[in-house]
Structures are given as structure tokens and as C-alpha cells.
Design a protein around this ligand. Structure first.
Ligand code: P6P
Length: 336
């Protein structure tokens, strides 16, 4: 498929041989529409009156931004009545959102983080929407447990990055494609047909403010990175931390890197298994990274193999260039 094709044209060609293509193609069109609406709101910021706190907390106990709530509502409004979804679940809702009685239920479950990195929104930093699509192959309405599928069961995963350009990046299980929003046409246009993560890198992404809490394998790895050419890894490293997983993962899909949000002693004390959520952050991003030739791991197991316990389960996250992720996995093995 050539540069400049629209998302619609790309999906028509790539999904021609897929079963239920029409419904999934339509759902991706709905998601694209929601992302275009959000991109406009993010870009207009204060002019649209969407900055600042919403004055309430979400199920994670995190302060919600106005745009967290607005983004969640935009996705519900644009998808609940299309007959393509059996249900939705998101970071912003305690339980799943059932399709209202008056609407036909469809085949797919949409699990999403409506506005990832929302702490960046008031300072004009990168933010994004992350989405994961699985199937609900039962006649009855789904319950929360029906969303608890492994990352390997995703039929589609993607994100929309709201940054200097807005980009939709997705995988249907056969490679990763990136589309740039043409604001003049309000269309996503194919600009990155085959995104792939370089196997090697010299760039790591981690919030180094928490280094005192890291466990031994992570402390050892970062120490080896900053030891530079004379250190055990034998090369000088650079560091980036976007404060939004979408921003960091997009950079890694473009030029390589290793993204780390590991388990640390603070989390263990708080009874948490990590910071990032499995169903709507680690799984969709893990599918994209693996489809792009990278590696997605907790340090102890591949992320996509995890059987979820609950909608908002947290996991440690290491993902990106295979050589460095494997190195950190080896450091974990050496410490067990
Ligand atoms: P910290 C955003 O809140 C998020 O969930 C990810 O998008 C991002 O990578 C991470 O948390 C940032 O966490 O602790 O650096 O603010």
C-alpha cells in the first residue's frame, strides 16, 4: 500500500481476507473519528476550555483531568450505538460499560486508556489514546470477566499520539502501520507503512527520580548504561522520558530504545504489582512492539502471555529493542 493512502483504503486492502472484516473495519473508523475529535480538543487546549482538573478521582485514585473525562465520553458516544461493540472498558471506569439496551450489541470488546499521559496536558506535552480490541464470542452481554483476555488474544491494538503531529499507529497482527492526521482533510493518511524497532539501541527511558526504590536488576542495568563506553555494556547511552507512554513508545517504534516502568520497593510496600495497567497500556503497546520486531516483558515473563486477574491489573513493563530488553531479562534471571 503506497504512502498517502487513507486509513479507509489501507483497511480495505489489509482486511479483505479477514473474517468479520466489515465490523472491525467499521470499528476502526469509529475509533479514528474519536481520535480526530480528541486531537482537535487537545490542539485547542485552553481555547476549548478543556485544561485543568476535573475535581474527581478515577478508580486508580488518580486525580482526573477534565480531558480524561471528556475523552472517555467521546469514545462512548462514538461507539456505543454502532452495533459493532459488545462492551467497553477503560482506565476511567471502575467496571465495564455495557451497551445500552436500545442499541444492538456487536462482536468486539474495546478496552482503552482515553487520554494517556494526561498530566502532560496542562503543560502542552505529548498525550495519547491507547486501545485494544478483543472478541466477545458469546450471545449474552459481557461481564467484566469477559475483558480479561491475554494480550495474545487481541485482534487489533493501537494508539493515537497527540503531539507536534497527531498519528494513529495500529496493528492487526500483521505488522505495524502509522498514519498522520491531515488536518486539512480530517483524514489519517498512511505515512509509516512498516514500522519496526531496531534490535539494538543506546537510548533508555525510565523515570530516574525513583532510582532509590528500584530492585537490584534494574539498578544494575541503569548503572551499566550510565557507565558508558568503559562500562560492562561498552557503549554510551542517552536517556529520554516523555511522561506519556504513548510518546515514549512512539519514539521507540521510530528509532529504537528501551522503555522501563519496573516494579519497585514503593509499589511492593503499597501492594501494587507495577504502575502501568495490563489491559489498556501494556498489552496493546506490547502487541505493537512485538509486531514491530521488538520485545515486551515484565522481567519475569512476556507481557502478552499474562492471564489478567482484573480490569485494572498493574504489571512491570520493559519493552522496545530486543537486545536491551533481553539484557534486562537476563539481569533479572541472574538475581533470582
Ligand atoms: P511518572 C502516565 O500517567 C503514565 O501512565 C504513562 O503514560 C507514563 O509513561 C507514566 O505514567 C509516567 O509515570 O511516574 O513518570 O509520572
Amino acid at each position: 500500500m503506497q504512502h498517502g493512502a487513507t486509513l479507509d483504503e489501507f483497511l480495505a486492502e489489509h482486511m479483505a481476507s479477514m473474517p468479520q472484516a466489515t465490523e472491525l473495519h467499521g470499528l476502526l473508523g469509529d475509533i479514528a473519528k474519536a481520535c480526530i475529535d480528541l486531537s482537535d480538543l487537545v490542539r485547542r487546549g485552553e481555547l476549548a476550555g478543556v485544561l485543568g482538573a476535573a475535581g474527581q478521582e478515577n478508580v486508580q485514585g488518580e486525580e482526573q483531568k477534565k480531558l480524561d473525562v471528556i475523552a472517555n465520553d467521546v469514545f462512548i458516544e462514538l461507539t456505543e450505538g454502532t452495533g459493532r461493540l459488545a462492551g467497553l472498558a477503560s482506565e476511567e471506569m471502575d467496571n465495564h460499560y455495557p451497551i445500552p439496551e436500545q442499541h444492538k450489541r456487536g462482536r468486539y470488546l474495546l478496552t482503552f486508556d482515553p487520554l494517556d499521559g494526561s498530566s502532560n496536558i496542562d503543560v502542552n506535552g505529548s498525550t495519547g489514546t491507547i486501545f485494544s480490541i478483543t472478541e466477545h464470542d458469546k450471545d449474552d452481554a459481557p461481564v467484566d470477566a469477559d475483558f480479561l483476555q491475554t494480550g495474545r488474544q487481541q485482534v487489533c491494538a493501537g494508539y493515537c499520539l497527540y503531539s507536534s503531529a497527531s498519528m494513529l499507529v495500529l496493528t492487526l497482527g500483521n505488522g505495524v502501520a502509522g498514519f498522520t492526521l491531515d488536518n486539512k482533510r480530517n483524514e489519517f493518511v498512511l505515512t509509516h507503512p512498516n514500522m519496526s524497532v531496531p534490535a539494538t539501541t543506546n537510548e533508555f527511558a525510565i523515570n530516574a527520580a525513583y532510582s532509590e526504590h528500584w530492585q537490584a536488576p534494574v539498578k544494575q542495568y541503569i548503572a551499566h548504561c550510565v557507565a558508558g563506553k568503559s562500562g560492562p555494556i561498552g557503549k554510551a547511552f542517552n536517556m529520554r522520558w516523555a511522561g506519556s507512554m504513548v510518546g515514549d513508545i512512539h519514539r521507540i517504534l521510530c528509532r529504537g530504545g528501551i522503555f522501563m516502568y519496573p516494579l519497585d520497593e514503593r509499589m511492593i510496600k503499597d501492594g501494587k504489582a507495577g504502575k502501568l495497567r495490563l489491559l489498556y497500556e501494556a498489552n496493546p503497546m506490547g502487541m505493537l512492539i512485538e509486531q514491530a520486531g521488538g520485545m515486551a516483558h515484565t522481567g519475569l515473563e512476556p507481557i502478552l502471555d499474562i492471564s489478567p486477574d482484573n480490569l485494572h491489573q498493574r504489571v512491570p513493563v520493559l519493552m522496545g529493542s530486543k537486545e536491551e530488553v533481553q539484557r534486562v531479562v537476563d539481569y533479572h534471571a541472574a538475581h533470582t
